[in-house]
Design a protein around this ligand. Structure first.
Ligand SMILES: *Cc1c(COP(=O)(O)O)cnc(C)c1O
Length: 408
């Protein structure tokens, strides 16, 4: 700190007036404060990848000792698989295993089932999820050989059939999560692809991405259900747990017992296993789904809110704002997390008066930070993604903005 202050003086610049002690204290306080901290998500993006995807509230974590790998009945070593496994078995009626995330699940499936052989995939499904996760790259690392068929917009059953040879290990379908092609497009139905795979004794594997276990069509979200994919004949499916499933970061592989068992025995499974805290959150989420207690899953609760319910809540919220000038506008929320990229959910937005860029920055630098959107040069807040228990903090953050301090 002294060296930095000397540097300022030497360069002939004006020191900022803080004493050396104050600077050291400020710097230590910053180091001593958590870097990962709660924020208020007022963006209306429910599964916001940058804000931790599905929010998890109401899960009480056991940090101490647990029966993670201990069978309480026999008093012997157990398996961590059993905790989520029993619930998945009921929900999917197939054996299932859990790994670190869906990226890990895709890698493991390809490595175990196809290393050294060919994997047939439609050209239109050679996607990038984000953060560098690309299907062709993961395929190469897994040791499998990519055999792309069809075209970007259209692939038919004959394209798949023509590519099958003695070295084919898998037929892969990947859900194009984060984009949508319109127009002259086509692909075979999953059940036809399954029939073709069965005819040749090759497993059909579908990477579903978002892993929708609960039918959300009623709320305007049309994503393939895991159960539909399995019923159509996919021998293996993989999906994320922190997208539409609404749980913690993890990935699930489910399907035919023989395939799942092979993947479970792959040595890399041990390197990609999930931690006890994750298993607790996953178990709580899966149990809430099994017993249809959807209101216990924050992401599902948020996705199911009607525009009318959000408008009423926004009206009540605005009454708490005192000096702060706002207006209510119709708008859109989105599911996020790479699901339904071309669909949105109707909502009501609270537009805050003032310079949007300055307001956005002030809110983001607040405590807790508030993350908001700018639409048509106005700062807007979408209460869909604001947890009810955060409403008072959000109102206080708005009232504390320098713009509105001057008024009072
Ligand atoms: C999101 C996604 C992945 C990666 O899942 P993570 O859980 O984020 O690792 C893989 N495939 C598809 C199709 C996806 O949508």
């Amino acid at each position: 700190m002294l060296a930095a202050m000397r540097e300022v003086l030497r360069a002939g610049r004006e020191p900022n007036g803080l004493s050396a002690e104050a600077r050291v204290e400020a710097s230590l306080a910053k180091l001593d404060a958590p870097s990962l901290r709660p924020v208020i998500n007022a963006t209306g993006v429910v599964l916001h990848t940058n804000l931790g995807r599905a929010p998890l509230t109401g899960v009480e974590f056991i940090g101490g000792y647990s029966n993670l790998e201990y069978d309480l009945d026999s008093g012997r070593r157990g398996k961590r698989d059993v905790h989520a496994g029993a619930l998945l078995d009921r929900l999917l009626e197939r054996p299932a295993i859990v790994v670190n995330n869906n990226a890990a699940a895709v890698y493991l499936a390809l490595n175990e089932l196809a290393a050294g052989g060919e994997v047939i995939i439609s050209r239109g499904e050679l996607i990038e999820i984000g953060d560098g996760f690309r299907i062709p790259d993961i395929m190469e690392r897994s040791g499998a050989i990519l055999r792309e068929v069809g075209t970007t917009n259209r692939t038919n059953l004959e394209d798949y059939r023509a590519a099958i040879n003695a070295n084919t290990r898998l037929i892969l379908r990947v859900h194009p999560s984060n984009f949508h092609i319109n127009g002259f497009t086509g692909k075979p139905a999953l059940k036809d692809l399954a029939a073709l795979a069965a005819q040749h004794g090759i497993p059909l594997y579908e990477d579903l991405g978002s892993g929708c276990l609960v039918d959300l069509r009623l709320y305007g979200i049309t994503e393939p259900l895991v159960s539909e994919s399995l019923a159509a004949g996919a021998g293996l499916v993989t999906f994320s747990c922190d997208k539409l499933l609404g749980g913690p970061q993890a990935g699930i592989l489910a399907g035919d017992a023989g395939l799942v068992e092979r993947i479970r025995r792959n040595p890399m499974f041990r390197a990609l296993r999930v931690d006890k805290l994750i298993l607790q959150a996953l178990e709580a989420t899966l149990r809430a789904i099994l017993f249809e207690r959807y209101d216990q899953i924050p992401a599902l609760r948020m996705l199911s809110l009607s525009a009318e319910a959000i408008r009423e809540r926004a009206e009540r919220f605005r009454a708490m704002l005192g000096q702060v000038k706002t207006e209510l506008l119709p708008g859109d929320s989105v599911a996020g997390g790479g699901s339904t990229p071309d669909q949105s959910l109707p909502t009501w937005l609270i537009a805050v008066d003032g310079n949007a860029v300055q307001l956005e920055r002030s809110l983001r630098h607040g405590c807790p930070p508030v993350i908001a959107r700018i639409v048509d040069d106005r700062l807007v807040l979408d209460l869909r993604t604001v947890l009810p228990e955060q409403e008072h903090a959000l109102a206080a953050a708005l009232q504390g903005l320098p713009e509105f301090q001057a008024l009072s």
